[in-house]
Design a protein around this ligand. Structure first.
Ligand code: SAM
Length: 297
């Protein structure tokens, strides 16, 4: 089988199987061999690695990964693509295709069953309609993953790297930077895909930290706090947190905590660094503890 990553070979496969693109699945297939090589290079894939690929499509990137990796597990939601993958990946017995929604897959279990519990390298040209839920799942499920190399919208890639004060800075930037070191490694113009997306794309590599760069008592509370802080972006943090559902913080507690940290009560979430959010989470939690337990520590 000839490699797929060119417009003519991709169109031939699409014709052969009478494949119709499903908009709802964010299907834009890569047709540029140089960009495919660049992704696999950035993903640092070698024979000792088991790669988890999200959304193999017709198997274009999968072919490149299978040539370098020990094994590849490719999770594809669209069942119309499964027979096509059987054909395009026939020469690669080290690939396992799973017809599932990645958001429903238990990745830790998959790693136990297919990779002796060792970490995966995740590589994907992601479906853009669920980029953030997928990234959050990869991090928050605490599945063993040490490197994530993904194609996303350029705007989203930039958001992951932003710091305080920028308009693009938000909950996604903080989550990504808590768990990993983000690095944009390539820009990919729309004409490298069939069909061409309406937005520019970039490849970003997220190198997972062994220990996060800030210490916090309760990670889940930190992320509830961060989400609440950016849910009502235009409000001051004091007002936003005081109203936030599921956080159980009063306006007075929020104001007092900010005062204790030497931060203005009129500050907005977008001005706070990851370190400041971590300290704020700890101070707020301290206030929530029943009085008797404070002395026990
Ligand atoms: N990897 C191929 C390539 O680079 O040419 C296709 C990438 S395309 C942008 C995204 C792929 O993800 C599609 O094949 C789509 O069907 C699949 N997909 C969409 N939602 C998914 C989900 N929830 N779980 C698994 N795969 C999904």
């Amino acid at each position: 089988m000839e490699k797929l990553g060119t417009p003519s070979n991709t169109l031939e496969i699409l014709r052969k199987y009478g494949f119709h693109f499903q908009k709802k699945y964010g299907q834009n297939f890569l047709v540029d061999p140089d960009k495919l090589e660049a992704i696999v290079d950035a993903a640092d894939v070698g024979e000792e690695d088991c790669v988890l690929e999200i959304g193999p499509g017709i198997g274009t990137l999968t072919q490149y990964l299978a040539e370098r990796a020990g094994s590849v597990i490719a999770v594809e939601i669209d069942k119309a693509l499964i027979p096509i993958l059987g054909d395009t990946l026939a020469d690669h017995p080290n690939v396992t295709v799973i017809n599932e929604d990645i958001l429903k897959v238990d990745i830790a279990r998959l790693s136990r069953e297919k990779n002796e519990g060792r970490p995966f390298k995740v590589v994907a040209n992601l479906p853009y309609y669920i980029t953030t839920p997928i990234i959050m799942k990869l991090f928050e499920s605490h599945a063993p993953i040490d490197l994530i190399t993904i194609m996303v919208q350029t705007e989203v890639a930039e958001r992951m790297q932003e710091g305080p004060g920028s308009k693009e800075y938000g909950a996604l930037s903080l989550a990504v930077q808590y768990y990993s070191k983000p690095e944009i490694v390539a820009h990919v113009p729309a004409e490298c895909f069939i069909p061409a997306p309406k937005v520019g794309s970039s490849v970003i590599r997220l190198t997972r930290y062994e220990t996060p760069p800030v210490k916090v008592r309760d990670e889940a509370f930190l992320f509830r706090l961060i989400r609440a802080s950016f849910n009502q972006r235009r409000k001051t943090l004091t007002n936003g947190l005081g109203n936030a559902e599921g956080l159980d913080v009063t306006k007075a507690e929020a104001a007092e905590a900010l005062r204790e940290l030497g931060i203005s009560e009129n500050v907005r979430g977008e001005a706070l660094s990851l370190e400041q959010f971590a300290r704020l989470a700890d101070v707020l939690l301290e206030k929530k503890k029943p009085v008797g337990t404070k002395a026990l520590e």
